[in-house]
Design a binder for this molecule. Structure first.
Ligand code: FMN
Length: 182
């Protein structure tokens, strides 16, 4: 176990919010590699690692991807999009595994000062279109993509800064946790 400050680590976990607006600043390929290097150690059911990743910087492809989900617009404005491919294996655990690795990717980006936001690609026709666009091999599907970039410095007054209209608060521990009394 690396020598990390637990308080700082927990604060990092709790402070990871979605970022949908990005500065006009490139993200070095080395940083993407570091994010994937950290995330690839995520555990998965039976260690299947049912994930692959496609880095997309091309503006036209990002624009196309941004039309393949109802709330995927932020993919167009991010300098980098990491498309998450899931094994199309029908296994119960695959979506769960993908959620875990997506969380690792977002947290690793946050630790490096980068912002990120997931986008859900749907319906199935759009998932198929994303596959065609990216030349995805048979057996893999692109249900989600992650915007990555340096967060925009400060949104203009009255601008939500790309945040969605969805409230960002959370249920409290008391609402979430029950204890089975002995
Ligand atoms: C599985 C999943 C899918 C999501 N899909 C989208 C999406 O399509 N578009 C989007 O803008 N945000 C998407 N989000 C981000 C959520 O809206 C966001 O995490 C939630 O509102 C809480 O806000 P926060 O991440 O800023 O704390 C998704 C998040 C998850 C976990």
């Amino acid at each position: 176990m690396p020598d990390v400050d637990a308080t700082a680590l927990l604060a990092l976990l709790a402070s990871c919010r979605s970022v949908r607006r990005f500065a006009d600043r490139p993200v070095e390929a080395e940083l993407i590699d570091r994010i994937v290097e950290a995330a690839r150690w995520t555990g998965s059911a039976r260690n299947r690692q049912p994930w692959r990743f496609v880095v997309v910087e091309d503006r036209a492809v990002r624009r196309e991807l941004s039309t393949l989900g109802l709330y995927a617009q932020h993919l167009a404005g991010a300098p980098v999009v990491l498309v998450l491919l899931s094994a199309d294996d029908g296994r119960r655990d695959t979506a769960f595994d993908l959620g875990r690795v997506a969380q690792s990717l977002g947290l690793a980006a946050h630790a490096l000062g980068l912002g990120s936001c997931l986008a859900t690609l749907f319906p199935d026709d759009n998932v198929a279109e994303a596959g065609r666009l990216l030349g995805v091999e048979a057996g893999w599907v692109a249900h989600h993509a992650l915007s990555l970039g340096w967060p925009e410095a400060a949104p203009p007054d009255g601008d939500a800064g790309g945040r969605s209209a969805i409230p960002t608060g959370r249920l409290g521990v008391a609402e979430l946790l029950t204890r089975l009394e002995p």
